[in-house]
Every structure is written in structure tokens, then in C-alpha cells.
Design a protein around this ligand. Structure first.
Ligand code: OKP
Ligand code: ZN
Length: 348
């Protein structure tokens, strides 16, 4: 297992997210990765590398995200501070969104209006270093996929934050800005794998990844998650979303009720892996969130730490070149144990 580490992740450190009428401390914090690194120091599962900082395959990025979205993110912090120098001490959060019937084709000049156009929640603060951290995370995901695609390594783990699976072609949200799993899948396609599957095991539906590939027949997206009738991101992730056009039949959602334990969760994983096999995937991306853990503060499945070893074994049994991207998991003290259990169970 090659581990590709985002050493710039700390530059993204949000202060607050909107929750029930209050700004509360962000769940998605830099110490999540500190715990993962500490556990990897105790239980090394592979060589750790870091991609060169400041270098990113812009062409690949533009195959997953729209030019106007990328352009907005690149300049957003400076625009925010230009509104008022005092903003440098605050996070930028959206507060207005274009819903049904509003124009998405016209790009407003107003900054708040563009924040809303390019996002879907008020839980994803943009900070001074968000762009640098997210870009380096994208570089990690792409480098991990390159290593697997070139045969240098049979499996690789993009050890990064912020997470990515909620970020769509032209929107951020759910703590995500750039979709690392989608970038890894796109890189695997570029490396010559004709059919690639993304299997999302984070507690929350991978709406960004689904949306990016919804019309494509070359990338299967599968997500196992809390039922969107009650769980974030609410507006996508139902079982009847099966893809469209050339992508018809190439999306599978496996929503599960709050309180689901490992036996039922594992049965859903088996179903998802069946679909990956049926699709004929030649490579696999696993969007690895460990917020399915029983102790997770914002999620409601009941997985235990030892279950993650079995998840790793089940994933390895698929027998595919595999790239992992790190997604959610907010029981910070256990994040490292749970994620490294998956990697250890997976093996090389
Ligand atoms: C990101 B990832 C709690 C409400 C939920 C958004 C959750 C984003 C999860 N304040 N906020 O999929 O782990
Ligand atoms: Zn999640």
C-alpha cells in the first residue's frame, strides 16, 4: 500500500459550521489526520510519499470540475478579504442559494451570490488556506491513482483532508471542495483502465461523485449510506437513481436506515461489490469514510472498530487495483484505528 500524504491539509482549518441556528465548531478538523498519522506510525501499512507541492494536473482537474467553478475557488479568499479587511479573521460561508426556477447560467458579480451558486450548504467554511489544501489533496488522489495505474503499486491511499465526495462538477458542500475520488477514477481511466468503479462507504451519500459520473458508462458509482430521507445530504442518494443516458445502470445507491449494524451493512457491501464485478471494473476507487463507526458524533450506524478489518478483507477479495481516498469520520480519537484497520485488513 502506497500512502500519499497531503502535508498541506492543515491550511484548511474551518472555525465554524452552521447548525440549528448557531455557528458551531467544525467537525472536519485537522486533528482527524493527526490521529490517522499517529496510528500509521504505530502500524505502518506501507511507504509514505508526498507529491511535489504546487503541482497539479490542471487538465485532469478540468475533466471533473467546471472551469468557472475552479476559477471561483482560486480567487474566492482574496475576494472575501477585499470586501472588508476584517474578513481575514473570519471564515467565508454562503447564506443564499439559487433553488428551483432561479438562473444558474448568469454569474453574479456579487461575491455572496457566487458563494451560493457554487455551494449547497452552510457547513463548509472557506478559509485562507482551503484552496491550497484542497488542491494538494487533489494532487494526492491523482498521484495515488497514477501509482496504481502505472503498476508501481497495486493499491494506494490518499491520506488527505478536506474530504471530496460531496463536491460536484461545480459546487462545494459537505466539507468538500474538490472531488478526490472522482479525480482518482478519472486518472485511472487516463492510465488505461477502460472501466472503473467508485465504491463509497462513507456514512453520507457521495452525491458529488454520483453527479459527476451520472451520464457516463465508463465509471460505475456505488454508495452505501444513511437513507437520505433522514440523513445528509438529503436531496440525493435514493435507490431509484440508476444513472442516465450512457450512464444508465451505472449508478447504484444502497441506502440503509439509522441504527444499521455491521451484519446488514456488510450485506450491502457484498451487493455493491457484486455490482462492481458485474460492471466488469478493472480498477476500484474506495471513498473511505469511517463515520459509519458507532461512536461517530454526526452519524448513526453501529460499526465497531474490529469491523473495519473485515471491510478491508472484503474489499481486497474483489481482487482489483485499488485507490482509497480518505473521506469522513469524526470520532477523532478512533478515526486512525478504524481507517488503518481497513488498510490492514486490505493488505498490500
Ligand atoms: C461529510 B462527509 C451536522 C450536520 C451535517 C454535514 C455533514 C457532512 C459530512 N452539523 N453536516 O460525508 O463525512
Ligand atoms: Zn460522511
Amino acid at each position: 500500500m502506497l500512502i500519499v500524504h497531503n502535508t498541506l491539509h492543515r491550511q484548511h482549518a474551518g472555525r465554524h459550521e452552521m447548525f440549528r441556528g448557531r455557528l458551531v465548531p467544525c467537525h472536519e478538523s485537522p486533528d482527524r489526520l493527526d490521529h490517522l498519522l499517529a496510528e500509521l506510525a504505530r502500524r505502518p501499512v506501507g511507504e509514505m510519499v508526498e507529491p511535489a507541492a504546487g503541482h497539479l494536473d490542471e487538465a485532469l482537474l478540468a475533466q471533473v470540475h467546471s472551469p468557472r467553478y475552479l476559477q471561483f475557488l482560486a480567487g474566492a479568499w482574496d475576494e472575501w478579504v477585499a470586501l472588508d479587511p476584517a474578513n481575514a479573521e473570519l471564515d467565508a460561508l454562503p447564506s443564499v442559494w439559487p433553488v428551483r426556477g432561479f438562473r444558474a447560467d448568469v454569474l453574479p458579480t456579487n461575491f455572496a451570490a457566487r458563494m451560493g451558486l457554487f455551494s449547497f450548504d452552510a457547513g463548509t467554511p472557506l478559509t485562507a488556506g482551503s484552496w491550497a489544501a484542497a488542491r494538494q489533496g487533489a494532487a494526492c488522489a491523482i498521484a495515488a491513482a497514477q501509482a496504481v495505474g502505472s503498476g508501481r503499486s497495486r493499491s494506494a491511499f490518499a491520506l488527505t483532508r478536506p474530504p471530496g465526495h460531496h463536491a460536484g462538477p461545480d459546487f462545494f458542500g459537505g466539507y468538500c471542495f474538490l472531488n478526490n475520488a472522482a479525480l482518482a477514477a478519472q486518472q485511472l481511466r487516463q492510465s488505461g483502465f477502460e472501466r472503473v468503479a467508485v465504491l463509497d462507504v462513507d456514512y453520507h451519500h457521495g452525491n458529488g461523485t454520483q453527479t459527476i459520473f451520472y451520464g457516463r458508462g465508463d465509471v460505475l458509482t456505488v454508495s452505501i449510506h444513511g437513507d437520505p430521507m433522514t440523513e445528509y445530504p438529503f436531496y440525493l442518494g435514493h435507490a431509484d437513481e440508476r444513472g442516465e443516458g450512457e450512464g444508465a445502470g451505472c449508478n447504484l445507491n444502497l441506502p440503509l436506515p439509522r441504527g444499521t449494524g455491521f451484519a446488514d451493512w456488510r450485506a450491502a457491501l457484498a451487493r455493491g461489490l457484486d455490482e462492481v464485478r458485474r460492471f466488469g471494473a478493472q480498477a476500484l476507487v474506495v471513498a473511505l469514510g469511517v463515520d459509519t463507526f458507532e461512536g461517530d458524533p454526526i452519524s448513526a450506524f453501529k460499526l465497531r472498530s474490529t469491523d473495519y478489518l473485515d471491510i478491508g478483507r472484503d474489499l481486497a477479495a474483489a481482487g482489483l487495483p485499488t485507490v482509497f481516498t480518505f473521506e469522513g469520520g469524526y470520532a477523532v480519537a478512533e478515526v486512525g484505528i478504524n481507517a488503518v484497520n481497513v488498510l490492514e485488513g486490505f493488505g498490500a
